[in-house]
Design a protein around this ligand. Structure first.
Ligand code: FPP
Ligand code: ZN
Length: 333
């Protein structure tokens, strides 16, 4: 495979920093709906590269605060955008990485109530916003954000005699397929991204016991194809972001050694843009910050030298999660 043999750290830092300066481009305005997610990808990636200082801390905190909806309690993806579960988790993650949840001035009780309000009555899933689409992604976001806010105990509350936490576990059980994996809803095909959301949420809830570890880890390790890259589902093309979605699950299930590390590292490294920095979904494609984060996070899990370790449950630096005393059991290479 052609391409750089080493991680182009400085190039990736430069690439991420210049993205924040590109606010006069059309692309910048067309991606407003992803802005807070993008800031989470950028800040986490810089933290893993040990260069979190490359983006100004105070400006980042101020921007996150400006996306907070004081009325509804959640975060929009951009100031004056409607609150959404995805941007709410990203906001909390960025603030947590900067140890700024309290300092930011947001009312955490309001955020917690916003998240809890997105679970329909008597259901075990959360929706993305008040319009009601269900997806394992949103349930993971709710569980992760409540945990980061120190509010997991809210899920012990009972509704009609059943604890919310038990309803969530039962819902994931219903989303489980014969291959041991999970789709985005009940009866949906297993997909590596959704496997991450289920495994990581169940890890936070201390309910990995419902998972058949060997069966699911076998399916996950089968995602590695000839080039060394991983795909999201059988018969699909390999893609750098699945280095994260697949490896995180294997790490939490203590089966990370079931993939060929050298081949995957070489696939990720060859997907770097040697001229402008950033990592693409596969060699030769255009780089973006999403694949840059998940490529670097994959390398971090596989023990690439001189990277900050990433926590596979929260996709945040291990040292942040340790500082917050939220560490769960997993293995890294
Ligand atoms: C595939 O993405 C990935 C998923 C469906 C899982 C997404 C999970 C979340 C958004 C929860 C929050 C995640 C973290 C790490 C904190 P895709 O189909 O967009 O990827 P692709 O198009 O590149 O294949
Ligand atoms: Zn991808």
């Amino acid at each position: 495979m052609e391409g750089p043999a080493n991680l182009l750290r400085d190039k990736h830092v430069e690439y991420i920093v210049q993205l924040g300066k590109a606010d006069n481009t059309l692309g910048f305005h067309l991606t407003e709906h992803l802005r807070l997610n993008g800031i989470y990808w950028a800040v986490t990636c810089l933290a893993l590269l040990k260069r979190i200082d490359a983006l100004d801390r105070q400006q980042t905190i101020d921007y996150v605060y400006s996306c907070w909806d004081n009325k509804l309690g959640g975060f929009g993806s951009h100031p004056n955008h409607d609150s959404h579960m995805l941007s709410t988790l990203s906001a909390i993650q960025v603030l947590a990485i900067h140890d700024a949840i309290q300092e930011s001035g947001i009312d955490t009780d309001k955020v917690i109530n916003y998240i809890l309000s997105l679970r329909p009555k008597n259901e075990g899933f959360f929706t993305g916003d008040e319009w009601g689409e269900s997806d394992t992604r949103f349930t993971y976001c709710a569980v992760s954000a409540l945990s980061l806010l120190g509010a997991l105990h809210k899920l012990d509350e009972k509704e009609n005699g059943v604890a919310i936490k038990d309803r969530i576990v039962d819902w994931f059980k219903q989303c489980m397929n014969f291959d041991g994996g999970f789709g985005n809803n009940i009866s949906a095909e297993t997909h590596s991204g959704q496997v991450f959301t289920a495994v990581a949420a169940l890890a936070i809830l201390d309910r990995l016991d419902i998972i058949d570890r060997d069966n699911l880890s076998w399916w996950l390790s089968e995602r590695q194809v000839e080039s060394g890259g991983l795909n999201g589902r059988p018969q699909k093309l390999e893609d750098v972001c699945y280095s994260w979605w697949v490896l995180s699950g294997l790490s939490i299930l203590h089966r990370l050694h079931w993939i060929n590390k050298e081949k995957l590292m070489s696939f990720i490294l060859s997907s770097q843009d040697p001229d402008n920095g950033g990592i693409a979904d596969r060699p030769g494609d255009v780089a973006d910050v999403y694949h840059t984060l998940f490529g670097v996070a994959g390398l971090s899990m596989m023990g690439y030298p001189d990277l900050e370790q990433v926590d596979p449950v929260y996709c945040m630096p291990v040292k942040t999660i340790e500082r917050m005393h939220l560490t769960k059991s997993y293995t890294l290479l």
